[in-house]
Design a protein around this ligand. Structure first.
Ligand SMILES: C[C@@]1(CC(=O)O)c2cc3[nH]c(cc4nc(cc5[nH]c(cc(n2)[C@H]1CCC(=O)O)[C@@](C)(CC(=O)O)[C@@H]5CCC(=O)O)C(CC(=O)O)=C4CCC(=O)O)c(CCC(=O)O)c3CC(=O)O
Ligand SMILES: NC(=O)C1=CN([C@@H]2O[C@H](COP(=O)(O)OP(=O)(O)OC[C@H]3O[C@@H](n4cnc5c(N)ncnc54)[C@H](O)[C@@H]3O)[C@@H](O)[C@H]2O)C=CC1
Length: 225
């Protein structure tokens, strides 16, 4: 399996099953998508959603039979469907109906090899625009979760570093740096312990420090030519 990132803004994600797993997936996709959850019962976790999550998640109380699943997909035209019920036949019908319509499908009750369009939801860590996704190929979701917790501390302030180097990249694109010098300059900043330190301590001079590191790298290169 090969990880890709998918933009769900302006899209609908349709979840079948309002148990603990349905709640977790609904919350995950509510970050970007409009989420519709169809289920006869809803777990208490739905009550713990914050305001923006509540606003993005519609709950519909219904218990469709497997033959009726296609109608729900046609009604909401989702980009992705999540099968998260405890009803295997229904989850299978959701998978088939999504496949017939060429929609992405997440079978939460399955691991192992998958058909085209059948996707796995990884454990995800975020810091601003930076995200790290972990999957064990379905072998051990608990390990994905554990590794996600470890990575959380590793990527502290990576979001601020992404913003900072994003700006510097645009600036030096306008300058007379060669492509090779540009790469070396940005690399020197993301590897710089002094820039990371400035970001960790929240001092306002991270940008100045980054510019200093870049200029030193540029001078070094100039000197060696
Ligand atoms: C294939 C996959 C399909 C998918 O859902 O996309 C899948 C399938 C299954 N999970 C099961 C169980 C558990 N899942 C979790 C947790 C998570 N599961 C997630 C993803 C995935 N789970 C996909 C593969 C990811 C990968 O490749 O690693 C995470 C990462 C993302 C998320 O769901 O948001 C989220 C952690 C999020 C976080 O914390 O960051 C825990 C841990 C816990 O709850 O503490 C347990 C109990 C412990 C255990 O079993 O390991 C079962 C058995 C059910 C049963 O026994 O009935 C199946 C079905 C089967 O294996 O057949
Ligand atoms: N991918 C993952 O991370 C995990 C997946 N699982 C799998 O996910 C399934 C669900 O797990 P939980 O949420 O813990 O179970 P749960 O029992 O808490 O929730 C199941 C939900 O499905 C609903 N449901 C039943 N029939 C339905 C129908 N016809 N249409 C719509 N909704 C219906 C129930 O009302 C309930 O809200 C399990 O069967 C298991 O195979 C379990 C744990 C983790």
């Amino acid at each position: 399996m090969i990880p890709l990132y998918h933009d769900f803004s302006e899209e609908t994600v349709l979840v079948f099953g309002g148990g603990s797993v349905g709640a977790r997936k609904a919350r995950r996709f509510a970050r970007e998508a409009t989420v519709v959850v169809v289920s006869p019962t809803f777990d208490d976790r739905f009550e713990e959603f914050d305001e923006s999550e509540q606003a993005a998640v519609d709950r519909i109380r219904a218990a469709p039979e497997p033959e009726a699943v296609g109608e729900w997909l046609d009604r909401f035209e989702p980009a992705m469907v999540v099968a998260a019920t405890d009803h295997t036949e229904l989850n299978r019908a959701v998978g088939e109906a999504a496949d017939e319509r060429g929609l992405l499908i997440n079978r939460t009750d399955r691991s192992g090899s998958r058909d085209v369009g059948s996707v796995v939801v990884p454990a995800t860590v975020r810091d601003g625009p930076v995200s790290v996704a972990v999957s064990t190929g379905g072998k051990s979701p608990a390990l994905s979760r554990y590794l996600r917790q470890q990575i959380e501390t590793e990527i502290q302030d990576a979001g601020a570093m992404a913003e900072l180097t994003g700006e510097l990249r645009s600036e030096i694109k306008e300058s007379d740096y060669s492509a090779a010098d540009r790469r070396a300059a940005v690399r020197s900043v993301v590897r710089s312990s002094s820039v990371w330190k400035a970001l960790h301590t929240g001092t306002p001079n991270a940008e100045k420090e980054a510019e200093r590191v870049m200029a030193a790298e540029h001078d070094d290169k100039g000197a060696s030519r």
